[in-house]
Design a protein around this ligand. Sequence first.
Ligand code: F0G
Length: 456
Amino acid sequence: MKTIIEPFRIKSVEPIRSTTRAERQQLLAGVGYNLFHLKSDDVLIDLLTDSGTSAMSAEQWAAMMRGDESYAGSPSFDRFEAAVKDLMNFKHIIPTHQGRAAEAILFSILGGDGKTIPNNTHFDTTRGNIETTGAKAVDLLCAQGLTPSDLSPFKGNMDLNKLQAFMEENADKVPCVMITVTNNAGGGQPVSLANIKGAAKIARDFGKPFIIDGCRFAENAWFIKMREKGQGERSIPDIVRDMFADADGMTMSAKKDAIVNIGGWLALNDDTLAEKARMRLIMTEGFPTYGGLAGRDLEAIAQGLKEVVNEDYLRYRVRTNEYIVERLDKAGIPVVKPAGGHAVFIDARAWLTHIPPLQYPGQAVACALYEIGGIRACEIGTVMFGRQPDGTEIPAQLDLVRLAMPRRVYTQAHADYIVEVCEEIAKTSSELSGYKIVDEPPALRHFTAKFEVLGV
Ligand code: F0G
């Protein structure tokens, strides 16, 4: 059959609320055009993030009832640990309340003044957790990853030549080498198995631990199966095991590819490192058999990990984004191609050429999506990255808008609606105004800044 269906039926539904365009105009003005401050009840389709927003299955809800809430030695931990080890066979699995907690623990041990940590692209919390220790976070993404229209299959790859040169120059300052699968900050683009193994080898040659940020490991494995030579016949769990086989550890946000609303873990092979991490965990998260989570959360993760590697699920998941990207592309709306694993990225700078980067074309698109269609998306561009530590402002590398897809939440009709809203915006896109920021905090301004519409 040609039609790829949602591989589930719906047992429990959450109504979503329609508002009028006039209401949305008022709501937008009321929050200073900052979409983070909208009430989610006022959003029709919420594509702000795919993190913690997914729908759990009946089996996950059933597993939650089995949650054992003992402070220590809970069988829920054993089931969680076994499920993780089945896919990522690290010696020590340390639960945390979400991904950034795993990062904070890891870099409280490995970070520090004068250190430097390479990655294909650090996610912002990873960067933040490294930089607060005084260390530097360095991105060594391949050149294709920076060109939205480049059709290369693995645009999340690390530039291995750059990594080699970086290690030759800085090895004494590097406590570990990281790679992020998929590359969220770069459009959800995948990393090939060969590239993961190549980066692992360079790390090993220099005697450094190789750590994978595995948030979207299953989507990455699906792309490897679809696109990498010689991988098409392998099962997803088999590919996942191979992705992690050469790694010394991982950080994980279970809010992504474990399909739960909260949770994460830090995994390590080294006993000394793991002991230090558990000490830190006890101080900041909890005892090592729950780590900031309830027993029921551990059960939901264990079940989610079994479901996320299902091929029907992954095919439907990735196809939804491809479908939206194909239709937007056909309508002449610039998008990052090929489609990423967890999101559709609109290239707002290329679309609204009449709005200069310092008047935030991404913000203009994000606000239009809400005003026209009640869709909430996220600017990933000059609003997010433009303010420099010295107080100056420069355009970000790209001005993108991310439409992040919660897992198993929206259907094909929602996808069609998203496309229709974008087509509607396209009819008058040349009339959209830029924005100026009228109030901003000293850091991470995108969360709280207030805007005004220019020229109205
Ligand atoms: N690493 C990556 C690649 C991520 O995308 C995220 C979160 C984290 C680490 C941190 O995990 O949220 O559980 O603490 N990304 C979310 C997003 C917030 O919207 O992309 P967390």
